[in-house]
Ligand binder design. Structure first.
Ligand code: NAP
Length: 315
């Protein structure tokens, strides 16, 4: 009988759902139980269609008690929890750093075999973005408290339920103009969500020497500027769209972001852009030369194409 138990923090998110689908379709026998950790009042009906022995645990990653009970008895842990902007309950530091430290410590003391932590490309202790700084602190905490952790750092992740191409596609359907923050010259290396999910599976299943204590940067085969990505999105939409791409200087984007953040504080409307995200947009988000990447995990990244973007359709 397989006694491997997997706990997935952040399993209800975009990458988490794809990971569960891949596990269910391709690696059903890898774990006897998959524990899904999510916050209260979350719709988890998608779990019903999975061919997995799933146990749902409700809690917050910032609660030591909740995290302890989710990890107790698990052999493998994946952490996919991340936020794009802080809330009253959850600061960047609490979610991206302190919680990761906590998870890694508990994994160590509970005898977990493998911890796979998903961070983000561009994380840096010197970044002017708090998102990127706290992501870097989280990676450091994971590796120091659970040295055999595997860290995966994706660039923008895309796929049918993404928050990047879908967001601009929705905007393009109602607006004749799309903004190019900072002129749209920042470079990205979008990676398909299925490639990220496969990377997590390899990190969970691979011989320890290949992945243990290692950091992998995950990018697709194409480096594209923000402007080029929006053009691709418009060209591959079904039916194709024509829109004006209007450069917006960083200072103006920050002014607009301030208004979005105020609306969030006053009315609770999720901000479309924050000042911290504008800081992130100032730096290229591409795989560092010489870093370990998808190919080192045996994965050939999918191309950005009409086929992989076929979900941008109004038909
Ligand atoms: N998507 C990208 O383009 C991209 C790029 C680079 C790095 N990443 C990183 O990859 C990871 C997964 O990304 P994603 O796109 O799948 O994110 P997502 O769709 O926003 O999902 C985030 C997950 O985190 C959970 N979560 C947030 N705060 C929590 C808390 N306090 N306690 C427990 N769970 C909490 C959410 O749970 P609920 O469902 O309960 O809210 C959700 O399951 C994140 O760390 C992200 O920073 C993503």
């Amino acid at each position: 009988m397989n006694s491997r138990i997997l706990t997935v923090f952040g399993a209800t998110g975009f990458i988490g759902r794809e990971l569960l689908r891949c596990l269910s379709k391709e690696k059903r026998d890898l774990f006897s139980v998959v524990r899904i950790f999510s916050r209260k009042n979350k719709d988890i009906s998608f779990l019903e269609n999975l061919n997995l022995n799933v146990k749902h645990i409700q809690g917050s990653i910032t609660s030591q008690k909740d995290v302890e009970s989710a990890i107790q008895g698990a052999s493998h842990v994946v952490n996919l929890v991340g936020i794009l902007y802080p809330t009253k309950q959850n600061s960047f530091d609490a979610v991206h750093h302190e919680s990761v430290k906590n998870i890694a410590r508990i994994c160590h003391s509970s005898g977990v075999q493998q911890l796979v932590h998903i961070s983000a490309l561009g994380s840096s202790l010197d970044s002017s973005s708090e998102y990127a700084r706290t992501k870097a602190l989280g990676e450091k905490a994971a590796l120091s408290h659970f040295p055999s952790s595997t860290i995966l750092k994706p660039s923008i992740v895309y796929g049918p339920e993404d928050d990047f191409f879908n967001r601009f596609y929705r905007m393009a359907k109602i607006s004749p103009v799309l903004p190019l923050v900072g002129g749209g010259e920042t470079k990205f290396q979008p990676v398909h969500v299925n490639d990220v999910a496969q990377a997590i599976l390899v990190a969970l299943d691979e011989r320890q020497s290949v992945v243990s204590g290692k950091v992998f940067e995950l990018g697709g085969p194409h480096v594209k500027t923000f402007r080029e990505l929006l053009k691709l999105m418009l060209r591959y939409s079904d039916p194709p769209l024509r829109r004006l791409l209007l450069p917006m200087p960083f200072w103006l984007a920050k002014t607009q972001a301030t208004a979005f953040e105020l609306a969030y504080q006053l009315f609770g409307v999720a901000p479309m852009l924050t000042r911290d995200q504008v800081e992130l947009l100032k730096v290229d988000n591409i795989v560092t030369a010489g870093s370990l990447n998808l190919l080192d995990l045996g994965i050939t990244p999918k191309k950005l194409s009409r086929e992989t973007l076929s979900y941008l359709t109004s038909r």
